[in-house]
Design a protein around this ligand. Structure first.
Ligand code: URA
Length: 430
């Protein structure tokens, strides 16, 4: 059978067979899709047929490999030791990347992070970095790898050369309502991580109300699929299942989250954001062979000695940003006092938080031009007494304040019920 007919034959089998299809068939189909001989319509039919029958782990592994092979793979110097990365399935008030990246670099790991912009109700690392004056994230592969050698950390925009089939497939999945299949999400995430050359990866997989899948069982499946794909490619993947039933940190919004990250690195605050950052950094260090108790001590020392903060400064300098952001984030990020404050009218305690809605609200406060300084600062945790809750609203358009207060009123539920917030980390799968 010629190459041209193999994907069509595979498509027929995909429709008829409930059982798994071979790695060769996945490869043929993705290759044909990449070079244009398999159309979007054929690919959509293939994906839908396989999802309806259930994609196996072996098939996800083959799909991941085919997507990696659709583009180039970042070359790291041979014998250079582990290349680590951290990925989150998407959080609210979650700026752990900006803390973990310099933290692990300051303990001697090399962290290579290619990132995207914000997705839906969750923030994106690139948008946060864009709020630092001068900061560039459009690093070419050579500059990116060079910076890893000198600073130990680089955070840049994912280029179109890495796993291009994933981009096209994602757009297609979006079009046919197939973004929420765990096997396809796992292959999508892992293809980008493998193309970046990560040898050790910590995945922060969010559970709860504001998680991407909105279903904890499916979310666990996603975590185990990512681990299996990593293992099949000889990579060490650790999944930390963390809570997203309430915002993780004290701010939602790009510049506000940069300031929150610097506050943790400067030890002005810690909280759940600091706790999860330290845990994820510790897991990364453990995955490279360091004994757990020692890994935790090493990470905490890097934080308390100021080494991690200094590494953040070096990262900013290397990518053209204003290093004074480290010393005076409020001035350099041009953050103003809040436009308005909101406190609950009812008495009682916080019994539920629509975290997803708060994420969407922060995005809406930025307006159509995406004001990077807009967002929310939160004195808010589940179970907190209502009279202690304060939400600071930041927006350049005072017309948005009224509707924002209404959203806050709806999203932050005050009542008398006993509340026992779940643990920050529910499980770690290695
Ligand atoms: N993030 C990804 O990279 N891919 C998906 O399919 C979903 C979330």
């Amino acid at each position: 059978m010629s190459d041209l007919f193999a994907p069509r034959a595979a498509l027929q089998r995909a429709r008829r067979h409930a059982g798994p299809l071979s790695g060769d068939e996945w490869r043929d189909v993705v290759t044909a899709f990449t070079n244009g001989t398999f159309t979007d319509a054929q690919m959509a039919a293939w994906l839908m047929a396989r999802v309806m029958h259930g994609i196996t782990v072996d098939e996800s592994v083959a799909l991941t490999e085919a997507m990696v092979n659709s583009g180039s793979v970042l070359e790291h110097p041979s014998g250079g030791g582990p290349v680590v990365d951290k990925h989150s399935t998407g959080g609210v008030a979650d700026t752990t990347t900006l803390i973990i990246a310099p933290l692990v670099a300051s303990v001697g790991l090399v962290l290579a992070k290619l990132s995207g912009g914000s997705l839906g109700h969750t923030g994106g690392t690139l948008d946060k970095l864009a709020s630092i004056p001068g900061m560039r994230t459009d690093l070419d592969p050579k500059t990116f790898v060079q910076q890893l050698a000198t600073v130990g950390v680089a955070i840049a925009a994912a280029t179109t050369e890495l796993a291009p089939a994933d981009r096209r497939l994602y757009a297609l999945r979006d079009h046919i309502e197939l973004v929420d299949d765990t096997a396809l999400i796992a292959a999508s995430i892992m293809s980008k991580k493998l193309a970046t050359g990560a040898t050790h990866l910590v995945l922060d997989v969010k559970l709860g109300q504001a998680s991407i899948l909105g279903d904890d069982t499916l979310t666990r499946t996603l975590a185990t699929q990512c681990i299996a794909i990593g293992a099949a490619h000889g990579r060490q993947v650790t999944a930390v299942l963390s809570d997203m039933n309430q915002p993780l940190g004290p701010a939602i919004g790009n510049a506000l989250e940069v300031r929150a990250a610097i506050d943790v690195l400067s030890q002005r605050s810690f909280g759940r954001l600091g706790e999860l950052s330290v845990l994820l950094a510790t897991e990364l260090l453990c995955s490279t062979g360091v004994e757990p108790a020692q890994a935790n001590v090493t990470v905490m020392e890097a934080l308390t000695s100021g080494d991690a903060l200094e590494r953040f400064r070096q990262l900013v300098v290397a990518q053209g940003g204003d290093p004074h952001v480290v010393d005076d984030p409020t001035r350099v990020l041009e953050l103003k006092p809040p436009t308005a404050l909101w406190t609950p009218e009812a008495s009682g305690r916080v019994v539920a938080i629509d975290t997803k809605r708060l994420g969407v609200l922060a995005r809406d406060l930025a307006g159509p031009n995406g004001d990077l300084k807009a967002g929310l600062e939160l004195t808010l945790t589940l179970g907190m007494q209502a009279n202690q809750v304060v939400i600071a609203i930041h927006t350049s358009d005072s017309g948005r304040v009224g509707p924002a207060k209404q959203v806050l009123h709806d999203a932050i539920v005050i009542g008398d019920a006993e509340v026992t917030p779940g643990p920050l980390v529910q499980e770690i799968i290695r």
